[in-house]
Design a protein around this ligand. Sequence first.
Ligand SMILES: *[C@@H]1O[C@H](CO)[C@@H](O)[C@H](O)[C@H]1NC(C)=O
Ligand SMILES: *[C@@H]1O[C@H](CO)[C@@H](O)[C@H](O)[C@H]1NC(C)=O
Ligand SMILES: *[C@@H]1O[C@H](CO)[C@@H](O)[C@H](O)[C@H]1NC(C)=O
Ligand SMILES: *[C@@H]1O[C@H](CO)[C@@H](O)[C@H](O)[C@H]1NC(C)=O
Ligand SMILES: *[C@@H]1O[C@H](CO)[C@@H](O)[C@H](O)[C@H]1NC(C)=O
Ligand SMILES: *[C@@H]1O[C@H](CO)[C@@H](O)[C@H](O)[C@H]1NC(C)=O
Ligand SMILES: *[C@@H]1O[C@H](CO)[C@@H](O)[C@H](O)[C@H]1NC(C)=O
Length: 389
Amino acid sequence: MAIRLVFSSFLFLCANVLAIDVMRYASVQYSTLYSEFVDSEGKFYPSYGNPLELDWKSTTATSGWTSGFFPGVFWNILQYNASQESLKRAIAVTTPTAPFANVTGTHDVGFVIMSGFGNAYRLLKLPEYLNVVVTGAHSLATRYSPIVRCTRSWNSAQGFLVIIDNMMNLELLFEASNQTKDQTLYNIARQHANRTMHEHFRDDNSTYHVVEYDEKDGSVIRKYTAQGYADWSTWARGQSWSVHGFTIAYRYTKYQPFLDKAIGAANYVLTHLPSSTDLIPYWDYDAPRNSTLPYQPRDTSAAAIFASALVELSGYVTPDLRDRFLAAAKGVVDQLSSPKYMIYGDKQYKLPALLVNGTIGSYPKNPYDVSLSYGDYYLTQAVIRLSKL
Ligand SMILES: *[C@@H]1O[C@H](CO)[C@@H](O)[C@H](O)[C@H]1NC(C)=O
Ligand SMILES: *[C@@H]1O[C@H](CO)[C@@H](O)[C@H](O)[C@H]1NC(C)=O
Ligand SMILES: *[C@@H]1O[C@H](CO)[C@@H](O)[C@H](O)[C@H]1NC(C)=O
Ligand SMILES: *[C@@H]1O[C@H](CO)[C@@H](O)[C@H](O)[C@H]1NC(C)=O
Ligand SMILES: *[C@@H]1O[C@H](CO)[C@@H](O)[C@H](O)[C@H]1NC(C)=O
Ligand SMILES: *[C@@H]1O[C@H](CO)[C@@H](O)[C@H](O)[C@H]1NC(C)=O
Ligand SMILES: *[C@@H]1O[C@H](CO)[C@@H](O)[C@H](O)[C@H]1NC(C)=O
C-alpha cells in the first residue's frame, strides 16, 4: 500500500511521460494483485472492481470469460520490464488457465487462451505454450457450423447466436493454423470473419451486437443487442471489437475486404467520438443524453481496445491514413492515462487497478464506472505497441 501511494504522487508530477508511466504504474498496481494471487493459492483472477473498494470481483482461472486478461497484463509488463521476477509472475498467473483450452462450451476460449498462452508463446516460443493454443483452437472449432459459416458465440436454445465480440476469438484459430499449417482452422476463422463482415455491419460501418442465425439453413433470423442501448444502436465496445477483430483477420489473411472493413469501422469510431478533443466514448454511441437521461457513463475499455487496434491497423494502411490513425491512437492513450481516467487521479480510489470508468454491459442494468481487467489489458497492450514503433 505504501509503495502505491508513493507512485501515485510520482505520477502526478510526471504526467507528460505517459508511456513509461503507464507501464511503471502497471508494475506497481499489479505487484499488489500478484500478492493477492499468491495469497489465494492461484484462485484470484480479477475481473472488474469498484474503484472505491479495495477488492476486485474475481473469477477462477477457468471460469468466466476474463481470466486471460490478468495474465495478459503481466505479459505486457514483461515487455516493458524484462526481469526474472516479471517473467516468473507472468508464467505463474498464466499456467492455471491451461485447462480452459479444453473448454468447448464457450467461444471465450479465444479471449482466455490468446491473452495468456498466446502472448506467452509469442514472446517465449516454447512448444508447450503452442500446444495449449492448438488445443484451444480445436475446442473453438467444435463450435463451427458449416451451414451458418460461423462459430457459435453464446449457447442458446433460441437460435445460433453470434456476437461481434467473437471476431476477437478468431485470433486463436488463425494463430494455431499458422503454426501448424492446419488449413481447416484457417478456413473456419476466415469464413466466420467473412460472414460477420456481411451481416454485422450497417451501411455506415457501425455494428449490430448480436446476429441470430437459423442453424438449419444458415439464414438470418434477427439482429439485435444484448449489451447496447437499443437493437439499432452501436454499442461502443462491440464497435471496438470489430476494429480489432478485422485488423487481426487481415493480419493473417491479407484479404483486402477485411482491411477495408477494419478501416471503415475505425472511421465510424473516429467520427462518433464525443468531440474532436474528447476521445473517450460513452458506452453506446447512440445512448441519448438529455434532461430525461442526464448521465451516461463512458467505456474506457472500448477506448483502450480501439487504441490498440489502431496501432496495428496503422501498419497496414497508406501513409496519410497511418499518420491519422497513429495520432488518434496516441490521443486516446494520452487521455486514458490522464488523472481523469486512472486510479491515481482520485485520492478516494483504493482499487489496485489502472483504469476507471469502464462499463460492463448495458447501462444502468450492469456495473458502470468500474475498473475492468480488459480495460487494463488493452491499455497496456496499446502502450507497448506504441512504444515499439
Ligand atoms: C521491474 O520489476 C521488478 C520486479 O517486480 C521491480 O522490482 C522493478 O522495480 C521493476 N522495474 C521497473 C522499472 O518498473
Ligand atoms: C486437454 O485434455 C486432454 C485430454 O484429457 C489432456 O491430455 C490435456 O492435457 C488437456 N490440455 C490442457 C491444456 O489442459
Ligand atoms: C466471402 O463471402 C462471399 C459471399 O458469400 C464470397 O463470394 C467470397 O468468396 C468469400 N470470401 C472469402 C475470403 O471467403
Ligand atoms: C505465420 O507463420 C510464419 C512462419 O511460420 C511467420 O513468418 C508469419 O509471420 C506468421 N504470420 C502471422 C500473421 O503471424
Ligand atoms: C464502410 O466500409 C466499406 C468497406 O467495407 C467502405 O467501402 C465504405 O466506404 C465505408 N462506409 C462509410 C460510410 O464509411
Ligand atoms: C430523452 O431520450 C429518451 C430516449 O431516447 C427519450 O425517450 C426522451 O423522450 C428524451 N427526452 C427529451 C426531453 O428529449
Ligand atoms: C468516472 O467515474 C466516476 C465514479 O467513479 C465518476 O464520478 C466520474 O464522473 C466518471 N468520469 C467520467 C468522465 O465519466
